[in-house]
Ligand binder design. Structure first.
Ligand SMILES: C[S@@+](CC[C@H](N)C(=O)[O-])C[C@H]1O[C@@H](n2cnc3c(N)ncnc32)[C@H](O)[C@@H]1O
Length: 347
C-alpha cells in the first residue's frame, strides 16, 4: 500500500479511483475477540467497516466509532443491512467508554482498535495525507481543527524539529525544520507536493533508499495533527473502564511509537511490570487484563503477499479480569509533550 511503513504518506491508488480499505489481520482480530451472537463490541476505528462487518456476521451488535465524518457516512449502507445491530458514532476513540454509555451501553464484551489512516483517507488527494498526488496540506481525520498546513506554517523551529524528530523519527529533523522555516518566508506552504519538494531539497534522496525522503516527516505531521499517541493512550484506559470481566481488547498498530504504547499498557495491566504509582504502600498490582497470547501477532505470508500494508501491522490483545480499572495515569506511556496548542493558526 505504501512505501512509508505505516502508510503515513504513500498512496495505493496509482490507478486513480479510491481503493477500498482491505482490513488487516482480520482473522487474527476475530480470533482474539471471539464474537458470539448477542455480544456487544466497540469497533473504535470503523474505517471502511471491515472489522465491523465480520463482527456483525458473527452475530454481534457493534458500536462503531470513527472521527472521520466520511467513514460514518459510508457506514450508513452497512447499518441499513444490519437493522438495529450497528450503532454508528462520529467521535474519537479516546472517549469510547463515554460514547458507549451515552448510547445506553454501560459495559461491553469487546473493544477493537485498528489505529492509523484508512486507504480511503490516504488515497483521496483532497485529504492531504499523501505526497504521491498533490493536494491541500490537510491530514485532519476529523476534518476539523488545525491542519498540517497550519502546523507547517505556524509552528516554531523547535516544535517542528520535535514533530519531525520524535513523531516522524527523522534524523535530519532540525535541518528539515530550518528548510521549512526558510521556505515559508517567501510563500505559504499549502500543498503536499510543495512540502515534499522542500523536504527532498533539504535532505535529498540517496540511491537505494527504500522510502521517499518525505515519508517520516509526513508521518510526524499526521500524528501531531491528529494527536494520535494521546488518543491511543486514552483509548486503552477507556477500554479498561468499559469492558466487562471476560471482555476482550484487541489493538492493531502500524508503527513502533503506537506499538510501544500498547505493549506498555498490557505489560502494566497484565502484571508483567508493577510500576503503578497508585498502589497502596506495599500493595500488589492486581492485573486488569490477562494475556492469552504474550507478545504480538503479525501477518502471515499469504496476507503479506495480498496486502503489503499488513507488513508493519502488530496485534496485541488481552482479556479483562474482574479487577476494578486502575487510575488512568498517562505518565505510564512517557508520551512526548507535543500538542497543537503549541501552534498558532495561520488564519
Ligand atoms: C486503519 S483504518 C480502520 C479500518 C477498519 N478496521 C476496516 O477494516 O475498514 C483507521 C480508521 O480509524 C479512524 N481513526 C483514527 N484515529 C481515530 C480516533 N482517535 N478516533 C476515532 N477514529 C479514529 C480513521 O479515521 C480511520 O477511518
Amino acid at each position: 500500500m505504501t512505501d512509508g511503513g505505516d502508510g503515513a504518506s504513500g498512496a495505493p491508488g496509482d490507478a486513480g479511483g479510491p481503493v477500498r480499505h482491505v482490513p488487516v489481520l482480520l482473522h487474527e482480530v476475530v480470533a482474539a475477540l471471539r464474537p458470539a451472537a448477542g455480544d456487544l463490541i466497540i469497533d473504535g476505528t470503523f474505517g471502511a467497516g471491515g472489522y465491523s462487518s465480520a463482527l456483525l456476521e458473527a452475530g454481534a451488535e457493534v458500536i462503531a466509532i470513527d472521527r472521520d465524518p466520511q467513514a460514518i457516512a459510508i457506514g450508513r449502507e452497512l447499518q441499513a443491512r444490519h437493522a438495529g445491530r450497528l450503532h454508528l458514532h462520529q467521535g474519537t476513540f479516546s472517549e469510547l467508554d463515554a460514547i458507549a454509555r451515552e448510547a445506553g451501553f454501560p459495559s461491553v464484551d469487546g473493544v477493537v482498535l485498528d489505529v492509523g489512516v484508512s486507504s480511503m483517507q490516504l488515497d483521496e488527494a483532497g485529504r492531504g495525507f499523501s505526497f504521491r498526488q498533490d493536494g491541500p496540506l490537510d491530514m485532519r481525520m476529523a476534518q476539523s481543527g488545525l491542519s498540517a498546513a497550519d502546523v507547517v506554517n505556524g509552528a516554531d523551529h523547535a516544535t517542528l524539529t520535535r514533530i519531525f524528530g520524535i513523531l516522524g523519527e527523522e534524523r535530519h529533523a532540525s535541518r528539515l525544520a530550518r528548510a521549512v522555516a526558510e521556505a515559508r518566508k517567501t510563500r505559504v506552504i499549502s500543498t503536499t507536493l510543495q512540502l515534499a519538494n522542500i523536504i527532498e531539497g533539504a535532505i535529498g534522496r540517496r540511491s537505494g533508499d527504500r522510502i521517499h525522503p518525505a515519508t517520516r516527516a509526513f508521518q510526524g505531521l499526521r500524528i501531531f495533527v491528529n494527536g494520535e499517541l494521546h488518543q491511543l493512550a486514552d483509548a486503552l484506559f477507556s477500554a479498561e473502564r468499559v469492558l466487562k470481566p471476560g471482555g476482550r481488547l484487541a489493538v492493531v498498530s502500524f508503527h513502533s511509537l503506537e506499538d510501544r504504547i500498547v505493549k506498555r499498557f498490557f505489560q502494566d495491566r497484565a502484571g508483567q511490570a508493577s510500576t503503578s504509582r497508585h498502589l497502596p504502600q506495599g500493595g500488589q498490582a492486581v492485573p486488569t487484563f490477562a494475556r492469552e497470547q504474550r507478545g504480538s501477532v503479525t501477518a502471515g505470508e499469504a496476507e503479506l503477499a495480498a496486502n503489503p500494508r499488513a507488513r508493519s501491522a502488530k496485534l496485541r490483545s488481552g482479556i479483562r479480569t474482574e479487577a476494578p480499572p486502575r487510575a488512568a495515569d498517562p505518565a505510564l506511556f512517557k508520551l512526548p509533550n507535543l500538542s497543537t496548542d503549541q501552534v498558532t493558526s495561520r488564519a
